[in-house]
Write a protein that binds this ligand. Sequence first.
Ligand code: ADP
Length: 202
Amino acid sequence: MIVGLTGGIGSGKSAAAAQFAALGVPVIDVDVISHQITAPGQAAVLAIADALGDDMLSADGSLNRSAVRSKVFQDASARKQLEGILHPAIYEEAQRQLQQVCNTAPYCIIVVPLLFESERYQQLIDRSLLIDCEESIQIARTMHRSQMSEIEVKNIMAAQLPRETRRQLANDTILNNGSLQELQENVIAYHQKYINPCIVSI
Ligand code: ADP
């Protein structure tokens, strides 16, 4: 079984994913994959340099993220080209990594921040697990974690699905308003469900 773990920015996806991993669950993360495939010499990096110019590369041959960000900020067609290279490469690598781990455990987790915005990731998973929290907590945690202003966090949140929509679409939900220990108790409860599919289907 493949469980898609999702949630808005700062909701606690990475924290929950780390807790599942500590229980021995294989965890794949599309953000991690996005970094892996943009390491020096990776095919996606070379394709991006071909499409958008060599100035998209850092001296070590990795993707120069700030150069890419400013390029696609000004140029919608460059953004389309970038996404046309990155999105399929990330998806392909996610499928490859899932194939490697899916038979090694009763279930595995793939962390997809924009799961409900992406049909193909929804097709890849068997269940979705939403990490959800009050927006005021989400904002405070993100500001603290990423040294962002409230406006910056709110702008990112505005580009994501509304909280209510995520809550309606999810198969399973963990409310992460409390402590990390409370989060862990909920993670363990879902772990018990997922390793015993009879409970999941009730
Ligand atoms: P996401 O991956 O969804 O963007 P994170 O897991 O990085 O969110 O969580 C955002 C920040 O909030 C991190 O600094 C994390 O350590 C912290 N955090 C997450 N859940 C809790 C919690 N229950 N109690 C306290 N801090 C938390």
